[in-house]
Design a protein. Sequence first.
Length: 251
Amino acid sequence: LQDSNLILFSGTNGVQGCELWMTDGTVNGESLLLDINPTGDSLPGRDLGFINVQTSLGERVFFDADDGQNGRELWVSDGTSAGTYMISNLNVGDGITSITQTATWNEGLVYSTQNGNQLLFTSGERNHSISVFEASVFSVNQIQTLLTETSTWSSFGGIEIYSNGHDLWFNADDPSIGFEPRLLRIDGQLLSFDVNTGGDSFSNSFTETEEGMALIATQSNGGRQVTLLDEFGNITTLTNLVLNGTSTPIT
């Protein structure tokens, strides 16, 4: 936390178990911030680590933790015990797992649910996570359009989520084109890219370039190749890699 010159971390003193600690960087400057799980180990940041975000509420650190009652969920802290709390209880059992994906977007955090059925957004308010398609940056009409367009989608955020602050890239599965990359712009525009017209592209390794988003995706007949997507919906295959000494596409 740059504003308060604090570092948050997980640790144990042999009494409280593995809990949330903080330090100001000085000798003996560390202290227990919050004993999240009084009956065991909350293991803060086990799956997501600690994600620093400049939110609309101010600087916040997001992390996962298990309070011993609600499973592993998303938590947030402003560096004080009173300002450290669970965002929302997403699931019976763990709402956050090792496959949960996150991205910083629109002065908040986007994250996928454990079952992949939702892509959620939070600015750090207590008990307040909403669908990313209902973010306040969108108008009422835009929200309705987005919710309608994505109503049959599933596996949100599978494999990877990427954001440069205003554009949000993610994968989602739907009956029409399969598991493919999507682009949600801060102006409410939503684009879908059918990279693999014969199935699922399973795109990953999102890398922003001056020309668009480069990623690795399964092509219809070309194996897994480096592919370029742009904000106009264009798809360009950048590589044609094959196994050494053959014409067989790489997988």
